[in-house]
Design a binder for this molecule. Sequence first.
Ligand code: IVH
Length: 668
Amino acid sequence: MNSVHDKIISLRESLHKYNRAYYIENNPTISDETFDKLMRELVELENQHPEFADINSPTQRVGSDLSGGFSQYKHNFPMLSLDNTYSVEEILNWHTRISRNIGSEITYTCELKFDGTSISLTYEHGRLLRAVTRGDGEVGDDVTNNVRTINSIPLVLQGDELPELFDIRGEIFMSYATFDSLNQERAEAGLPLWANPRNSAAGSLKLLDSKETAKRNLEAYLYAFYSAEPPKGSHYNNLMTLRNMGFRISEHTKRCRNINEVVAFIEFWTEERHKLNFPIDGIVIKVDDVALQNELGNTAKSPRWAVAYKFQAEQVKTRLPAVTFQVGRTGAVTPVANLEPVLLAGTTVKRASLHNADIIAALDLHLNDMVMVEKGGEIIPKIVGVDMDFRDKSAKKVEFITHCPECGSLLVRTEGETAFYCPNETFCPPQIKGKIEHFIGRKAMNIENIGPETVDLLFSKNMLNNIADLYDLDYLQLSMLDGLGPKSAANIMQSLENSKKAGFDRVLFALGIRYVGSTVAQKLAKAFRNIEALASASVEQLIVVDEIGQRIAESVVAWFSKETNKTIIARLAKAGVKFELNARETLSSKLAGKTIVISGSFEQHTRDDYKNMIETHGGKNSGSISKSTSFLLGGSNIGPSKLEKIKKLGIPIVSETEFLNLINDETF
Ligand code: IVH
């Protein structure tokens, strides 16, 4: 290898290949460590040589925070939809209709109907050029930057006989596991939950910040090919060719030699779909012979050569004897339907979430109603309707409560919010216990040996009324409690001691400030470095921080302004809980609030040294230029695209010497 450029190209090729093996072929060929090592090597080289930048490099999957709405793009081929049916009989009728003038059996390709959001990708010379959402079928949103972050979408194709320019379509979706953990994070941050993985996938694809999309773990399967020179032969074989180019084609796609095999495929997946780790809502049946597809043609809305069989959402009817109300740690009150136990999609359902007052009103629920319970894409069953034939004339309407069921406080509802809250943060038992349990949790202070039962016990003995009380617990007192004993007491004391060393970001998350989930806590900890700085920050100072918006900022300020919280912080600090970032020491706050991008090659210090200097002087180092960049710390050979961007946004360049003067100037 004779040049850096060759080295970069070769690293990119290898990483594309390993990515393909991992995300598309489900067959990793190297260890994660080796992969990471090569990736770091490439990142380093690309940083040192911005002139060799390439948007399709494997390093670019992380997304960029350059944003500003989406531009509209007209599809090269309109995006049709499919005729739907819920009955096998109609599938048979469709088959009879299209086979009328054909002497032989029709071969079909059956595919899963992925329950996500459709996407049209354009490739030119084997490289991803553009990604557009369905939109109205004619014109969609250009979401290329977001789609680039999806690992199962190839940026660069493999093979020698690639068509010069073509479109490929497929579905972007979210696995159940990702959906669950995303919602858990949202619950922790007090944000509204996504209803199902489909909405969550669609929402994540339309985020304005592709760095955020990158975190959402979206996936994709591809299923249709379009080009000026239309494909020939068998749809199934064409899919296999696409797979060889590097596209992710579902391994469940099956060629069926006759309609009976199609019916068997439908029956198989009606049961088997529960074992998939991502949602599907039906089966798509396509005529396999492309020539026959063309002969059958399309109507204005949908092709005549394909049809979708949709699964019935699984639904059962049961009685609703009661609605209870639960108070969470944030004080949010959630109505819960208590149902007569009933079997639904393999599990016994006893309760269903009613979400909020608006939903109860919309359903016009009465006690003892026969309600329809459904399990769709979402995991928690929901009530979708009432069978009025069973409604008793004297039935009592379900009303949302006005007072907290736990402490009797009058509930409040803030403008623009759907939830009612119990405002009695300090004395309402489930809020107290919930806050303590949150503080103890694995992602928070990770205090082992204290579970919800112990919290209950200590609360009932009046030994634990807030998080600061935890560190006043006393070994002797604990060891004398029924059900604990000396061994448990010693373990608890040890876990409490260990927890004091938890990092500042964890402590911040553990405090349970509304909207401060673990990601936000990390950002705040990094930006403010200690609790004093954070506690005295104004809304304006807070919103300067990456990802902190008005709502979070207001919530943080409100939390720190409460006397009870100030006392708790003081007590925790006295007990030895770490309230500052334990990484590097801060030398000054000369660069506080500044977001700085480093670019080019330097003479006096290395790039990493400069990164350190920025952070130790309170600034933030960022990899990409955006409106919020304060200045560019520029060496020689700044890449032309970076130069253009900063010119466009009017961002100043600060030289190495100017930067060093700035941070070393004592009078500054
Ligand atoms: S083919 C012209 N195949 O279902 C036919 N669609 O109602 C184009 N979908 O908008 C669609 N899985 O978002 C096709 N294996 C599959 C599919 C699939 C999911 C979605 C797609 C489309 C909608 C049709």
